[in-house]
Design a protein around this ligand. Structure first.
Ligand code: HSE
Length: 441
């Protein structure tokens, strides 16, 4: 019997995901070998501190090195797996691996979202693969679905929940009706949220993932910094209660769709919490789970759901990418298979021209004529009202406590809504700036 072929792997980084990769390669070694007809073997692991003791998995100390370049250039390494994160050292490492003609697997959404052209241009010139399933929605194989499963289809729109931390916090707020700050502090104490949660709860992480999804769906790179985004901190428990009364839940969404001519028209892309009708499948995606709802020309609607983070789910995507690359190597298909299609530049729909229905919550003095003033200004800016409620009354007539007037609008232009709110917020009857949350359609 001949010995099975072996593919050599260098891991750059041995944190949670790197540890998961080592564990999965060990736990599923027999199944992987049976499927691939080859073994995947870790030959080097680049780490910052080889003496660190509290690793998530035990590894052979001889594999550890602080020399990233040496790990990449080992002659017995075929695939470099970048799990360092960040866009400086990680970018250098990925470009060095490509230059050394190593195939690359990365989970680094920021690197790909911000340097897509540079990374894939270098990979194309070097004739190597760059795979990145773990960069978007962790263990949910959405990249493979868009690149392979729907390769013959045309995506019209996607609506996704792609940040587990935000989804966990909003889901817990919905269940408990407690404020954002309390739930965030609890999530941090439990290790569910980062010490600096800005990227997750502010929408930056979701924008990186959306930029990658847009590229796959619509064949264009977009400037990730130009994606309009609102964080989930705009949501108060009272908004969750009103949403429920109107038949909605509030979810942290990414939305992208093409406008105009299929294949060439401008692209709408945005990241924000939104009211989602409670009978939508996405309304049931709770806790830290992720999901992407895809509307495509031939298949129609389809949804992909699962764990968007976590050691083994994310490691699963990374190791599956290694298996794909190894298959390409054996088939001599090389980068022909994985190379993304050439990207065009398609304009983004300007923020002011984005349209959706809106949930607006106004804190006003309870006085005659207040509703009239609000409605007149909204109407003057072509914002049409679908429903209005005014709930309760302040404890005393002269109280400073605002009463809430909640308005659901028909579909309106963002620019018109903002202009109307600019006028309304300046009225003497207004106690606090309007709360604005979009409604998903
Ligand atoms: N921090 C991300 C999340 C996972 O909360 O979904 C990695 O992208």
């Amino acid at each position: 019997m001949t010995a099975p072929r072996t593919i050599g792997v260098a891991l750059l980084g041995l944190g949670n995901v790197g540890g998961g990769v080592v564990k999965l390669l060990e736990d599923n070694a027999a199944a992987i070998e049976a499927r691939l007809g080859a073994r995947l073997e870790v030959r080097a692991i680049a780490v910052r501190d080889p003496d660190k003791l509290d690793r998530v998995v035990a590894v052979d100390r001889a594999l550890l090195t602080t020399d990233v370049d040496a790990a990449i250039r080992r002659p017995d390494v075929d695939i470099v797996c970048e799990l360092m994160g960040g866009t400086t050292l990680a970018k250098d490492a990925v470009l060095a691996a490509i230059a050394a003609k190593r195939h690359v697997v990365t989970a680094n959404k920021a690197l790909l979202a911000e340097h897509w052209g540079e990374v894939f241009g270098a990979a194309e010139r070097a004739g190597v693969d760059v795979y990145y399933e773990a960069a978007v929605c962790g263990g949910v194989p959405i990249i493979r679905v868009l690149r392979e499963g729907l390769a013959s289809d045309r995506v019209e729109s996607i609506i996704g929940i792609v940040n587990g931390t935000s989804n966990y916090i909003l889901s817990t707020m919905t269940e408990s009706r407690r404020p954002f700050a309390d739930i965030l502090a609890e999530a941090q104490a439990l290790g569910y949220a980062e010490a600096d949660p800005t990227l997750d709860v502010g929408g930056g992480d979701a924008a990186h993932k959306l930029a990658i999804l847009v590229n796959l769906c619509f064949g264009t790179t977009i400037d990730v910094a130009a994606i309009p985004k609102d964080g989930i901190d705009v949501v108060d428990p009272i908004d969750l209660a009103y949403a429920e009364k109107f038949g909605y839940v509030i979810k942290p969404l990414v939305i992208a769709r093409e406008h105009g001519e299929p294949g060439t028209g401008p692209i709408e892309a945005r990241v924000h919490p939104a009211l989602v009708p409670s009978n939508w499948l996405l309304a049931d995606v709770s806790g830290a789970k992720n999901a992407v709802y895809v509307q495509s020309y031939a298949l129609g609607p389809s949804m992909y759901y699962g764990a968007g983070a976590g050691m083994l789910p994310t490691a699963m995507s990374v190791v599956s990418d290694m298996i794909e690359i190894a298959r390409n190597m054996f088939a001599r298909a090389g980068s022909q298979v994985a190379r993304p299609r050439p990207t065009r530049v398609r304009p983004m729909v300007p923020v002011g021209d984005l349209r959706s229905p809106y949930y607006l919550r106004f804190g006003v003095h309870d006085q005659p004529g207040v509703l009239g003033q609000l409605m007149t200004i909204l109407g003057a800016h072509a914002v049409s009202i679908a429903q209005v409620v005014q709930d309760g009354a302040p404890a005393r007539r002269d109280s400073d406590t605002p009463v809430w007037v909640v308005v659901l609008t028909h579909s309106a232009r963002e620019g018109d809504v903002r202009a109307a709110l600019g006028e309304i917020d300046a009225l003497p009857i207004v106690r606090e700036p309007a709360r604005v949350i979009r409604i998903a359609t």
